[in-house]
Design a protein. Structure first.
Length: 77
């Protein structure tokens, strides 16, 4: 997993694998999941991360939670 954070927009992106992007789905207004053509998860875009991140219903929930915790981002389940 790779982590990118943009302080100007308060957004983070967690790259899970580098398959070609096919489509995205909004989990809600602050979480967007990117998928490959085969339905595999490519990554997760998280908006307003300084307020904390709701990881419920995200793919790879436990891995993402651990990863965010390591980057000192509050996690809600």
């Amino acid at each position: 997993m790779e982590y990118q954070y943009d302080a100007n927009t308060d957004c983070a992106y967690i790259l899970i694998n580098d398959l070609p992007h096919a489509y995205s789905k909004e989990a809600d207004e602050t979480r967007i999941i990117d998928y490959a053509k085969d339905g595999g998860v490519i990554g997760v875009e998280l908006l307003y991360v300084s307020s904390g991140v709701d990881v419920s219903d995200l793919p790879y929930q436990s891995q993402i939670s651990e990863f965010l915790d390591k980057h000192h981002i509050k996690v809600y389940v």
